[in-house]
Write a protein that binds this ligand. Structure first.
Ligand SMILES: [Zn+2]
Length: 235
């Protein structure tokens, strides 16, 4: 009790001197706001794609990976809000941003009944060395946020990345496809077999990483596969 009081008082005091700032616009957050101010939360560049059964995310995987459903929460544009938020998440250690956005995404998917035929969330893993350097895997944070909003379990170790793909940014699409081929291995097949999986990642670009991860899960006996990413990169 006394400890809680001290803690609450200390939090209140630190809030006076170092108010939490909106991760998108740097305005001071009010008491009820977390990570994003209400204005930025309402203005996330939502795609609304989960309401369209044959949407462009699902079409991107046609002939590559059989998907029962696919969506991306927001659009990722150069210098846009999502680029800023994901940069902070990946390189400035703002892990709470990943959990928070995953939670909002999960709530909205749940409200539209999009997750009804899903048993298990599977975040795309980072290579172990990269995860160690960064301290966290952003896809796992997003999956954790979706889980918190929906009570769906997360299979964090269902997939294993067997070699680092290196920097993808300077490679052509074909080189990237080649580069990520066979980099995933399903870790615990018993965890996956017969389950309806939702593969979760941060940004969807060419889809090569998700394709490789999804094929590994289907090979390990997943009953069906869906994809949900926090953002969709646009040209
Ligand atoms: Zn804001």
């Amino acid at each position: 009790m006394a400890f809680n009081f001290v803690k609450t008082a200390a939090n209140a005091l630190s809030g006076l001197f170092f108010p939490d700032l909106c991760a998108a616009c740097d305005r001071a957050l009010s008491g009820s706001e977390q990570v994003l101010c209400l204005h930025c939360l309402l203005n996330l560049p939502r795609t609304g794609l989960h309401r369209l059964p044959e949407n462009k995310v699902q079409r991107l995987f046609t002939g590559r990976l059989p998907l029962v459903r696919a969506t991306a929460f927001t659009y990722f544009t150069k210098d846009g809000m999502m680029q800023h938020l994901l940069h902070q998440l990946k390189y400035k250690g703002r892990a709470a941003t990943g959990s928070f956005l995953g939670n909002v995404f999960g709530q909205e998917l749940q409200a539209d009944g999009w997750l009804e035929a899903t048993d298990l969330l599977v975040p795309v893993p980072l290579h172990r060395q990269k995860a160690y350097r960064r301290g966290f895997n952003q896809a796992a944070l997003i999956a954790g946020g979706i889980a918190a909003a929906t009570s769906l379990p997360v299979a964090a170790n269902a997939l294993e990345r067997v070699r680092d793909t290196g920097s993808q940014t300077r490679k052509s699409r074909l080189e990237r496809l080649d580069n990520v081929a066979t980099v995933f291995r399903a870790g615990k097949a018993a965890q996956i077999r017969g389950k309806r999986l939702l593969l979760v990642d941060d940004v969807l670009t060419t889809g090569a990483t998700l394709e490789a991860a999804g094929l590994a899960l289907l090979e390990a006996g997943a009953a069906s596969l869906g994809i949900a990413t926090l953002a969709l990169a646009t040209d």
